[in-house]
Write a protein that binds this ligand. Sequence first.
Ligand code: CA
Length: 642
Amino acid sequence: MEDLRQRFNSKRFAKQYHYDGALGAVCSREGTSFRLWAPTATSVELRLYQKGHSVSPYFQTALSREEKGVWVWSSPENLDGVYYDYVVTVQGVSRETADPYARACGLNGSRSMVIDLSRTNPKGWELDMPPERQPEDIIYEVHVREFSWAESGGFPKEARGKYKAFSCTDTTLYNDGTHPTGIGWMKQLGVTHVQLMPVFDYASVDEENPEGSFNWGYDPLNYNVPEGSYSTDPTRGEVRIREFKEMVQSLHQNGFRVIMDVVYNHTYHRDSWLERTVPGYYYRQYPDGRISDGSGCGNDIASERSMCAKYILDSVLYWTEEYHIDGFRFDLMGLLDTQLMETIRKELDARWGRGEKLVYGEPWTAWETAMARGFHPADKKHLAGMDMEIGAFCDGVRDAIKGSVMDVAARGFVNGGRHKEEQILHSVSGWCGKYRRFSAAAPSQVINYLSCHDNMTIWDKLVFTLDPQKQYDKFSSQVLRANRLAAAICFTCQGRLFLLSGEEFGRTKEGEGNTYCSPISLNRLDWERAWQNRELAEYYQGLFALRKTLPALCDKSIEARDRILQSKILRSGCVQALLDNTGGNYRQLLLVYNASHTPQSISLTDGWFLLADGENSFLWREEHPVSQLEVSPVSAMILGKK
Ligand code: CA
């Protein structure tokens, strides 16, 4: 007998039951309709409630089965604000479930809510537009709670840890009126995109008591609803939606595009709304019945099944249309299949223009996964074969510069690692070519970074490997030098740029790596530290401003590799690259990275100018002609030729 897995993987099942129309609850003046895809169900009941939690249903009715396994019920009433859930019966077992397509929900997300979305729009929303794209995309990873939690940030009490903090545009250090924090700080830094760590509704934080725990939020509950603990009132379904939109609007108005971190590869529990509506359909399994766990979180979504792919695509499009989201960072993208990623890219391009919405992800998995035969994972191995506007975090550059994240003691180029020179030179060209560690077709596929929320911050990694006393809170000149060199390398590589918020001011988590549920006191952005360590932040700032003027580095095309005129190992721990900078103020660029402990002499022909060195990344603001120079130990130099 054919098992469930084979049945759900079969073309026959897709042909019989694939449904192209809209699902979920839709209301208007003319009435309200409910649509749930549940092809294996023998009955589906709808229950309506006055509130999002507690209370009994005030109304209950059976849905009727229509084409393709879709169950439907319509009311002539406008049910805006009414909460609902379903009872789905499959093979004699009845399960209570919220709507997987819910667009709003009650406290802690266990009941869905009918919503007239037009009434959630803040003033001026119809005119909301993302800011113009800049010459480079510089992505800043932020967690909503971490961003505004510290008292030093000077945020109003009611906004701390909430979406609302992003609408506070003139916060300063302890409210001193002179040292910007939050939005003002990000503006000064020059980042172009804010990547929000999970802001869809996740399960791990009790919305009734948000301050009782902390979580990064990689545990999806309702994919199409904003997380409630960041809103001022999670009990009223419309509030989190409006406040989320206000956040996006404010970020747009302040010059930032907004990227969402999306976690379609797994759900909090396998016993999700998806599982309860169509048991077995949305998750991968091995032929012997074992559950696939490539996410390391207990389940893997079966992205290759057509209605699962549709679910993910619909969700992505919904966030762009309803919430004006400008890009997506796919958690464990290596668990999704290349066909789905290509479809997402194509559909976004068709609606918003080629490459306008950024699409990139982690090109790996935690463990092996049971993807159906005939599909390929969107991982490192398949990256270069995918659409050029599908990007991936480049562990090649990350690990070459500071050492592998898998081994805390491992060293990279800037902190005493040996034989890293070649990898550093591959990094300059965005690993475009056929390399074993990482291989991209063009810089548009490459996300360069030193650190993200996972693993040690770059600061902690450098302290751990360079300071025998491991003083994370001390700003030692040795660690600062290595950090500046790391930043100078990472941000002069071809590809897009990414940084963890606070990286620019030596953010520390006291050497902890996986702080996903550590106290907020460890995870919060420390705005006092930001100003204590502002010289490092200024170094980042100068690099970003300079970067935006250098076509040799910003070029995302396949031809970008032709701009690398020469790359060469000068000696152990010291490399240089010469680039064609046609289109910019300088015709050529020379990058010299000296990680060794002796100075490196460089002789130049006429016409060269010093743009940045190991101390100052703003030298380019004035003319500094040079012919003979020395690159100090553990420092970078960026030069331009007119
Ligand atoms: Ca939640």
